[in-house]
Design a protein around this ligand. Sequence first.
Ligand SMILES: Cc1cc2nc3c(=O)[nH]c(=O)nc-3n(C[C@H](O)[C@H](O)[C@H](O)COP(=O)(O)OP(=O)(O)OC[C@H]3O[C@@H](n4cnc5c(N)ncnc54)[C@H](O)[C@@H]3O)c2cc1C
Length: 414
Amino acid sequence: MKRYSVFAVAREALRYHQGWGRAWKSPEPKKKYDAVIIGAGGHGLATAYYLGKNHGLKNVAILEKGWLGGGNTGRNTTIIRSNYLQDASAAIYEKARSLYETMSQDLNYNVMFSPRGVMMLAQTQHEIRGYKRTAQANALQGVSTEFISPEKVKSLVPIINIDGPRYPVLGALWQSRGGTARHDAVAWGYARACSDMGMDIIQQCEVTGIRHENGQVQGVETSKGSIDCQKLGIVVAGHTGVLADMAGFRMPVESVALQALVSEPIKPCMDVVVMANTVHGYMSQSDKGEMVIGGGADGFNNYTQRGSFHHVEETVRALIETFPIISRLKMLRWWGGIVDMTGDRSPILSKTPVGNIFINCGWGTGGFKAIPGSGWAMAELIAKGHSSLTEEFSLNRFKEGKFIDESVAAGVAH
Ligand SMILES: Cc1cc2nc3c(=O)[nH]c(=O)nc-3n(C[C@H](O)[C@H](O)[C@H](O)COP(=O)(O)OP(=O)(O)OC[C@H]3O[C@@H](n4cnc5c(N)ncnc54)[C@H](O)[C@@H]3O)c2cc1C
């Protein structure tokens, strides 16, 4: 056995402490991951989870510049529904909604999925037409929704004012198996399952550069050093443009702040989710009793994680006219996230101009509900190079003009 002097051991210990590696053993060869996912939000974690679970790809790292679910995943108002108009959207959102039904069992982690029902109020003739059309489309797509009368709305939500000072309630699009789930539990559940499969989740690790050679990805530069990979998934929501810029291509997305607030807790008074898109606000009650309130996105591009004052004022005004009993509630917390919006209000799940770089973004104000379906589809795209669920959501649609117009379902709604 080779012997070392006390001084040599001390020197090696110091080198090791300073991060130079163990000089008395040959250094381990640098690890190359089969896949690296940038962004430990719900979509990134779900992508990694289904890469392992559905495709056996477990040599995977998930890199997060902050903490698990600290982006939009932990900042949203948790509405889950699949009542979209276009077939491609209904397919991916319904896939996601159905996966939510068994997510707590699948992950062995209680994500508190509560299919309490979601209603979108129709307060103009235009909305009645739009929602009836969506209900018909949903029937063909196998998504269970119905258009209900104002009387049914009132019976489901007794605290609602259906005569509204500005816009009366004329009916609603009702999805009885829509609902809510605990947002950070979704991130934590997927993260634990990924970790159990042996994947590396590296927090406080910001990607600062993307390396590619001859049109193929090689790896990433991060605040913790350089990492090599075969395939790379960029799943960073509001920071999509920044990461795409590092890889050398441009994305048709804009980043804007979207905000939400919660009230002090009160006794149970509303057991469904209500969205009032004409007056511009939506509300549900959390299990703790807080009224969870959201409104519209800022009308200008920005990267702030708080929203502008005029939107809070508009949202609160809209909800007080819809639910007069909340007028004396005190608000407890107010926050914002950076959402990534596309022109047609539909997401992008796609290959990119660089070989083996895949991108998932553009969920805008409504991607929480899509997390399991998006992860399922994205994993298939990364593992096999194609997925029937992502086909129409590729970047090519912006070249070919094949937009998936969801401005009615997603322009304001969540
Ligand atoms: C106020 C608000 C209310 C909402 N309400 C709803 C709702 O009711 N229902 C619904 O379906 N959707 C809703 N949404 C939208 C939903 O939250 C998002 O679409 C969804 O969470 C996006 O998830 P994600 O995993 O793509 O992004 P995120 O959760 O934002 O994750 C992206 C991660 O990437 C990380 N990242 C960024 N840059 C880097 C880098 N350089 N290196 C490493 N990591 C990086 C970020 O730190 C972040 O953690 C709402 C959003 C907001 C802000």
